[in-house]
Design a binder for this molecule. Sequence first.
Ligand code: NDP
Length: 293
Amino acid sequence: MTIKSVAFIGLGAMGWHMASHLTKVYTDVRVWNRTASKAKEHARVFATQATSLKEAGQADIIFSCLPTSKQVEEIIQEAQPKTGSIWVDCTSGEPQSAQRLQQQLKEQGVTYLDAPVSGQTIGAEKGTLTVMVGGDPNMLEQANPAIQTFAGLIQHVGESGSGFAVKAVNNILMAANLWALAEGMCNLKSQGVELDAALKCINASSGQSNMSHHIFAQRVLSREFPLTFALNLLAKDATIATQLAGTTQTIMPVLQLTQQLYRSASNNLPSESDFSSVVQQLEQWNNLTLQSA
Ligand code: NDP
């Protein structure tokens, strides 16, 4: 199939940037967003076309990047994708929903690929996201040039739902990492150790991580906590990972506890909190603040 038209549904923190890269390869790039003014602004800034949801559904490849699988299921009903099209769902969704959607859309001659992304908003902006894909590998090959516009790595990981499973596990690992680092830093602060110096050592030692390099100083020690990835979305990912383990009774005590800690922090903190704000929960319990000198 020659891909002539592509569409992007959901111009949020991630989708806004991801959709912008499609114009590198395609002239017919349709965008739709629940808040229509964002789609109009996207069209103005990136020379995409703000269309109706039905027109977006008539594209050869349709991307979605929405908060959860629930919204994707609703939007697919409304968009009515055309026969022969490929729906590439970049939401961090639920494996069981991917399997349902893959079956349901197959009956309409539409291919569904679960293709969640990692790399945060900066990766979306630079077009260097990691894309983990579940579903028909032959159809992925067809969608590849479009996905490539915003990807650094595209990896097929298995059948429908596998992409979502890998993403959920990746994110609960990130959550555990951040929480463990915050506990360690609370411990050091209580000992009277200077935190910037401690982080410098950790970042040149075996305790280093993506969180220690790119998140802790920039968001926590700076006290900025900029909202780029909502805490409630990370709590959702952690829940998907633990529910998945529940289906096979996989034993993972540390990750189970991580899910509970993030769910509770997400309930306790304001709804518009960045994921890094989870550290504030631990600060409250320890009655201290993790701040640069
Ligand atoms: P945002 O909250 O920034 O954007 C959500 C998007 O979904 C908006 O376009 C919003 O529209 C739309 N939306 C919300 N509810 C509905 C609905 N009921 N019907 C139609 N559209 C709806 O989320 P992100 O871009 O941060 O995240 C999107 C997905 O990507 C999530 O699954 C997240 O877990 C994942 N992700 C996020 C990363 C990040 O760093 N932010 C990194 C990797 C993955 P409106 O503008 O009208 O609100």
